[in-house]
Design a protein around this ligand. Structure first.
Ligand SMILES: Cc1cc2nc3c(=O)[nH]c(=O)nc-3n(C[C@H](O)[C@H](O)[C@H](O)COP(=O)(O)OP(=O)(O)OC[C@H]3O[C@@H](n4cnc5c(N)ncnc54)[C@H](O)[C@@H]3O)c2cc1C
Ligand code: HEM
Length: 372
């Protein structure tokens, strides 16, 4: 296994610096092999990054043991039913990937590298196909927007009802969302901000970067009640371990609060014994849009406490500084189950803080909302 991982990493260094060329070859080859495949992708493919190829490369570089990523890959396969992907597409894509790698790497590419990539791609796609094949749900759900509230210049809270079929998510998970009316075939993942309920209603908290952001812009600025969204298979492992009796630490940055709120709602249905401490950080107090709702939950549940923190307001009447530093001040968290969600920077800093407290990695679940 180590040898296999080394081959994948070593060979990647031959193409890494020429990603644009790799991507150009890959799509040219893919759409030549099967022109129909072009219709699965967004109309405008430049400017939003090469999501698919990046994902395949990340998967081959990190998933050196597909068994340990079994559930993730199965869920990804279920999620891919939204693109109407079938097993023949996986095979075609494998051919395009190998051709693109060979022609970009040049003379230093060798048979061992070739075999390692083919094996890695085959193992990953087999898991994805198995996930898709065993899925009894529809490829996607239509969701009708019920409410839409702007809770800040860049942020909205919206709810939608999944129509026709129940959408079986677990608190803490996320789903892919598309707004067909404004941005057909552009899908992004958003955490569900409420616990499962009989009404099949999902809540989302969306923040869009000022002046940029395709889907988040549409969800925050354009979508109105009555609009239809499409939602794909729930994914993610930021879920509760119901058999655990440990207390819980949850750390959320900005709209990273969404999965944490869902977890707290789920705990509210059965928890009596576990202390739950939520840290909720943002730059400015106005960004702590969910604080009033959290305070109501604290009133109702004696096991819950919430500590807000602001990093850019020296007058804030609460904890000041990066939320990861605030968490450290309240620690140690060595015996807690930990949940972390927010920007990449915030998640990285919090994971470092928890590592210093020697929290075993198996007790930490986290989702990163972006690369920045
Ligand atoms: C597991 C998971 C859960 C998530 N949950 C949530 C959630 O609950 N709420 C939420 O709001 N987000 C969530 N996200 C993030 C979400 O999936 C999207 O990544 C985010 O909304 C940005 O998508 P977009 O289409 O709006 O941006 P894109 O258009 O794809 O842009 C991506 C990035 O590039 C930058 N960018 C784009 N265009 C420009 C430009 N012209 N100039 C400069 N920079 C530019 C943007 O700043 C942005 O950061 C989650 C992500 C993951 C992986
Ligand atoms: C090893 C196999 C594959 C992996 C690991 C993989 C992974 C991913 C991931 C993580 C994304 C981004 C998030 C998402 O939209 O779900 C993505 C996007 C996408 N995938 Fe896959 N995928 C694989 C195979 C395929 C195949 C066989 C097809 C169909 C031909 C396909 C079609 C797409 C499309 C159309 C997108 C959207 C691209 C965009 O928005 O620009 N994928 N893939």
């Amino acid at each position: 296994m180590e040898h296999f991982a080394r081959l994948l990493k070593e060979s990647w260094t031959l193409v890494e610096s020429d990603r644009e060329r790799l991507s150009g070859h890959f799509y040219a080859r893919l759409f030549l092999l099967d022109p129909e495949l072009r219709t699965l992708f967004p109309a405008e493919m430049s400017g939003q990054g090469d999501r698919l190829l990046e994902a395949i490369v990340t998967a081959t570089q990190t998933v050196d043991d597909p068994e340990s990523f079994d559930e993730y890959l199965r869920a990804l396969g279920r999620d891919h039913r939204k693109y109407h992907v079938d097993p023949a597409h996986y095979a075609t894509m494998g051919v395009a990937l190998m051709d693109a790698l060979r022609s970009t790497a040049g003379d230093d590419w060798n048979l061992e590298y070739d075999q390692a990539w083919r094996d890695a791609y085959a193992a990953i796609s087999a898991k994805m196909m198995a996930g898709a094949e065993n899925d009894r749900n529809p490829p996607f759900w239509h969701g009708e927007v019920l409410t839409h509230e702007r809770v800040g210049p860049d942020t909205a809270v919206l709810t939608c009802r999944a129509l026709q079929y129940p959408l079986p998510w677990r608190a803490g998970q996320y789903v892919s969302v598309e707004v067909p009316r404004y941005l057909p075939r552009v899908w992004r993942t958003y955490s569900v901000a409420n616990a499962p309920n009989d009404d099949n209603v999902l809540e989302f908290h969306v923040r869009t970067p000022t002046g940029a952001g395709w889907l988040s812009g549409a969800l925050v600025r354009r979508v109105r009640p009555g609009d239809l969204l499409r939602l794909a298979a729930p994914m993610g492992s930021m879920t509760l371990d119901r058999s655990s009796t440990r207390d819980i630490l949850a750390v959320a940055g900005g709209v990273g609060l969404a999965p944490v709120k869902a977890l707290v709602e789920e705990l509210a249905t059965y928890n009596r014994t576990r202390w739950v401490h939520v840290f909720y950080g943002a730059r400015r107090p106005a960004d702590l849009y969910a604080l009033p709702g959290l305070r109501e939950l604290v009133e109702a549940h004696p096991w819950l406490s919430v500590t807000p923190a602001c990093s850019e307001d020296p007058d804030f009447d609460g904890e000041r500084g990066a939320v990861s530093d605030v968490v450290t001040r309240y620690g140690p968290w060595t015996n807690h189950d930990c949940y972390v969600s927010g920007s990449a920077r915030m998640v990285r800093a919090t994971l470092r803080a928890l590592a210093e407290d020697e929290v075993p990695p198996s007790r930490i679940r986290y989702d990163t909302f972006g690369n920045l």
